[in-house]
Design a protein around this ligand. Structure first.
Ligand code: ADP
Ligand code: MG
Length: 411
């Protein structure tokens, strides 16, 4: 529609560099605009004519940028009933204060909406906000813009909170003391720390499969699983999934929130593989119509048998509300991980999650998210990039783990 146009006027070509942000925003929002050099002092007639004809020429808002004795916006506003936004441009002598006052101190009856010195971006946004009053598409874009901005601030706030938390946890001296080992699992060792709420997990290179029947070592796996898990948990945390991650301490060690592990292995499946294919006769690689959620009772001696929600309630492993929360988190994690990995040309086939309860009773994601606990396939070649290479003796096990780390962390 013609009537959507913004006129972006500048008093001098030297103002152009200060307007790049303004132009970028107008372009990003897909707003049609024209750019002209018009001087209130050197081309006064052109300024008056442009302004008088602006409505006729299809403009809806005029942005005028000028430096020093910045009269452009005021002169333009004098000749039109369109909203005029003034951008005071910073100059070398008075740092833009001259332009600010010249633009903002308009006499009664002739308003100029003045933005900050060199505030081109805000001038563009204000113009867009004016247009959006009668343009629902633009209004939607503005809402998305605001949400993105808020998300970025929230992300920074979260990072800050984590830093602050660290300062508290480290008791100011930045040295978390690793105390006695309390557990050694198949892939990690767990240590107490001098903080009752925190554990250190230490990732090993040991690999097991088929409930411990097959044993081996995958060189460098501990380092990769530590880094990949932390990378993904940080990402999930930013999306609102609470996790046990606190801080990476070294290549293999991470400080985590101590939890009482809920002895349920939560398995999420997008594509048939492994035990599901065997159990149900669905060929590996078949995309299922919807996501499958499975629960197993986490007990090595019993071989982690599959259970359902009735078992879970009957065995008092979790309440209905807790299980609902766990299921909700798991589906969300599936969505966030799948989307994230898709961009890295990795297909998320299935994965296993463990949750735990903190002393405060909060349920958070614990344990790990790594090629040990997920099936990752290259989206194009369908090459397996996970522990299946070890389970099935497919070779290049180390290479697959390294490839995952490279795609996720760029190294
Ligand atoms: P497993 O042999 O049971 O798979 P792992 O070697 O993978 O064990 O990990 C060691 C143990 O640490 C696991 O039993 C896991 O449930 C537990 N664990 C993971 N995260 C936490 C945590 N934040 N607090 C307490 N225990 C945890
Ligand atoms: Mg494990």
């Amino acid at each position: 529609m013609l009537k959507k146009k913004v006129a972006l006027l500048m008093g001098s070509d030297s103002d152009f560099p200060s307007l790049k942000g303004c132009i970028k925003i107008l372009k990003d929002f897909g707003v049609d605009f024209e750019l002209h050099i018009i001087s209130a002092h050197r081309t006064p007639r052109k300024a008056a004519e442009f302004s008088e004809n602006a409505i006729k020429n299809g403009f809806s808002v005029i942005i005028a940028a000028a430096g020093k004795a910045a009269h452009l916006a005021g002169v333009i506003a004098a000749h039109t009933i369109l909203p005029v936004i003034g951008i005071p441009i910073k100059s070398s002598t008075l740092d833009g204060l001259d332009a600010l006052l010249s633009t903002v101190q308009m006499p009664k009856g002739v308003p100029v909406a003045t933005v900050a010195i060199d505030g081109g971006e805000n001038a563009a946004l204000l113009a867009i906000q004016i247009l959006a009053i009668s343009d629902s598409d633009l209004a939607k874009k503005l809402t998305v813009y605001k949400e993105t901005m808020a998300n970025e601030i929230n992300k920074k706030d979260l990072e800050l909170q984590r830093e602050v938390e660290q300062i508290w946890k480290m008791k100011g001296n930045n040295s978390m003391k690793k105390m006695e080992q309390i557990y050694e699992g198949k892939a990690k060792k767990v240590f107490k720390t001098d903080d009752l709420q925190l554990f250190i997990v230490d990732y090993k290179d040991d690999a097991t499969a088929f409930n411990g029947e097959k044993k081996g070592t995958i060189e460098g796996k501990g380092i990769i699983n530590n880094k990949v898990t932390n990378h993904l948990m940080k990402m999930l945390e930013l999306k609102g999934i609470p996790t046990h991650f606190v801080k990476e301490l070294s290549e293999r060690e991470t400080l985590v929130k101590k939890v009482k592990i809920i002895p349920i292995e939560v398995i999420v499946r997008n594509i048939a593989a492994g035990s599901l294919s065997k159990r149900l006769g669905i060929p590996e690689g078949t995309k299922m119509k919807s996501t499958v959620l499975e629960f197993c009772y986490k007990d090595d001696a019993l071989g982690d048998p599959m259970i359902n929600d009735y078992h879970i309630f009957a065995m008092d492993l979790a309440t209905k509300q807790e299980l609902e929360l766990i299921a909700d988190y798991s589906f969300k994690i599936n969505k966030y991980l799948s989307e994230y990995l898709k961009d890295l040309q990795i297909e998320l086939i299935d994965f296993k999650l463990e949750y735990g309860k903190t002393d405060d009773g909060e349920i958070i994601l614990a344990d790990e998210i790594s090629p040990d606990t997920c099936r990752f396939w290259d989206s194009v070649t369908k090459e397996k990039l996970d522990k299946d290479r070890f389970r099935r003796d497919l070779g290049n096990v180390e290479g697959a783990y390294q490839e995952i780390m490279k795609r996720l962390l760029g190294k």
